[in-house]
Design a binder for this molecule. Sequence first.
Ligand code: SF4
Ligand code: SF4
Length: 198
Amino acid sequence: MIFNKTYSGFKTAWEGLNLTLKHLFGPNSKREVKPIQSENYFTQLEKGTNTIQYPKQQIPIPEVGRYQLDVEIDDCIVCDLCAKACPVDCIDIESIKATEAIGQTSDGSTKRLYAAKFNIDMAKCMYCGLCTVVCPTECITMTNLYDRTTRDLDELTYKFSTMTPQEAEEKRAAFDKQQAEKLAAKQAAMKKKEGDQS
Ligand code: SF4
Ligand code: SF4
């Protein structure tokens, strides 16, 4: 009984040591930078070291990689659908109504809202891609850019709006003025109608 346990202990220790030695002296060739489609992409990981000299060397990533988000703000109609679809609420949009149509997106959609704020907190994003699925103009996309290393967490909030706070204030004031004028005109018309009837 004791003999069996001792034998088993030595056997297990020897197998563990053997594995360690194999991985200590086995990988004597450096990993090459190859795309995943290469035939020996995985076999080289068994024979060579697993690291590369990043960032000097970089492993090719698929063109359809779904990494950092990007927004083509000129094509955004500020519908807020992406923000509503986001499961972690990392898209923060503030819209301002325009006094008239302000142009068209590249797919022909009419723009009636300004994006005073369009922030995406990539530190919270879980890369599910839902925002890109619901976007009616396909202007929010996942790119193959993955490395935006930073020491400052604030820098992971990507800001896509090009509007300054002063411009936003002007747009808000213009819309409020238009609404006030419309209301005054409506009230004047009602007064006139009441005067005509009496
Ligand atoms: S990818 Fe997912 S988690 Fe990230 S912003 Fe879009 S919806 Fe939100
Ligand atoms: S869903 Fe698309 S068009 Fe709508 S606010 Fe988001 S990015 Fe803009």
